[in-house]
Ligand binder design. Structure first.
Ligand code: APR
Ligand code: ZN
Ligand code: ZN
Length: 361
């Protein structure tokens, strides 16, 4: 028997989001229904609403979520009813060419639910990042559920489902930061600050935070930056070199997603250093740099998709570290809001006044 619950949709490009009735079908053989307890508001939700991802409207928004498994399909073995889970958008398939060569973090064919949730009139919804979690109950594939310590706060745990994992993973997984290395993070929004947290966790020595907004730099310090640079009035490349004995940082993480900040990252690292791009550019952006500098400076230029995370490895570990007091994930939750306040949360996000607004149910 299908059930009807309340969920937040984007009906058309740029239109304000709406809280409407959504029909959740019975789970397919490998699907599960999860009762959502918390879901963070991410830039990607706004990008869906504004047509920046694709035009498969209407979208069911929300994808940084935690909740309780309520119903499981007949073949589900990965989770059971009552499990506390964080939802992920990297349900590794095990069969694609990336998986077969052992690079599960690149899986090109991740699992999603076998059927669609719909509006009351039968219109199929496109769930954001294959999840759709600004809703009382959602339908996902069992592999999209990662069981974590059930004593964790759902509002905190859910954040691992996207932005915070992207940032922490950009430092720990993609950047492979080692003890004592110097790190600079350009852009200190939710993702950049999470990268600072990841750098600290990995044992980085110097952690330089760069932003054009002093408030963000204060947050960055609070999360573990050892130095800050406001790049609106100072050349950040020079400043980073000065703070690293004249050489540049071992690893520079770009968490803005713009050509000018990428160029800063490229030149602010030491010879043979690493650049990690975790900020997401838009299609019209271009980069024009001397090819010789790519050769001459050496090192590694990497992109970080979802922090190169493996949810089954990383989510439980990071929750455990948080529960031990070694990872300040709770500080990312700036405000707790209700399901009908997602549109207002987009405004707060655009104004830059929050790290994360989290819908709690
Ligand atoms: N130089 C330095 N910092 C900048 C610049 C710049 N030229 N332009 C913007 N910033 C800063 C902003 O002040 C802000 O603190 O970058 C930060 C961006 O933060 P948010 O808007 O909160 O975005 P966030 O959620 O952190 O995501 C950052 O990562 O996953 C991607 O899609 C996401 O591209 C986005 C990026
Ligand atoms: Zn795969
Ligand atoms: Zn997201």
């Amino acid at each position: 028997m299908s059930q009807t619950v309340k969920g937040v949709i984007a009906r058309s490009e740029g239109a304000e989001v709406e809280l409407v009735d959504v029909v959740v079908p019975d789970p397919g053989a490998n699907d599960v229904i999860v009762r959502i307890q918390a879901c963070g508001v991410c830039h990607t939700d706004l990008a869906y609403r504004d047509g920046g991802i694709n035009d498969e409207y209407p979208f069911l928004l929300g994808h940084e979520a935690a909740g309780i498994v309520e119903t499981v399909g007949e073949n589900v073995t990965h989770v059971a009813e009552g499990d506390f889970v964080v939802l992920n958008w990297r349900a590794v398939c095990g069969e694609c060419r990336a998986c077969k060569r052992g690079q599960l973090e690149y899986c090109f064919d991740t699992h999603n639910a076998s059927t669609s949730m719909t509006l009351a009139d039968g219109t199929e919804l496109s769930p954001a990042l294959g999840i759709g979690a600004f809703i009382e109950k959602t339908l996902v594939h069992e592999g999209q559920c990662t069981k974590v310590d059930s004593s964790a706060d759902p509002a905190v745990a859910g954040l691992l489902g996207c932005g915070v994992m992207a940032g922490v993973g950009s430092a720990v997984n993609t950047g492979q930061i080692k003890r004592g290395e110097s790190v600079a993070v350009i852009g200190c929004g939710g993702v950049g600050v999470a990268a600072i947290v990841g750098a600290r966790l990995a044992g980085a020595g110097t952690i330089i935070a760069v932003d054009i907004d002093d408030t963000k730099l204060e947050w960055a310090k609070d999360f573990g930056a050892t130095a800050t640079v406001n790049s609106s009035g100072t050349d950040p490349v020079e400043a980073i070199r000065e703070l690293t004995g004249g050489f540049g940082a071992d690893v520079v993480i770009e968490a803005v997603g713009r050509p000018e900040t990428y160029e800063q990252a490229f030149y602010a690292r030491d010879l043979a250093g690493r650049v990690v791009l975790v900020g997401v550019p838009t299609p019209e952006m271009r980069l024009d740099l001397p090819l010789l500098d790519f050769f001459g400076r050496g090192g590694a230029l990497k992109s970080s998709w979802y922090g190169d995370c493996l949810p089954e490895r990383d989510f439980p570990m990071l929750i455990d570290l948080h529960q031990q007091g070694r990872l300040p994930l709770d500080k990312f939750v700036t405000e707790r809001i209700s399901l009908d306040s997602v549109e207002a949360a987009f405004d707060s996000m655009k104004s830059g006044s929050v790290l994360r607004s989290v819908v709690t149910l």
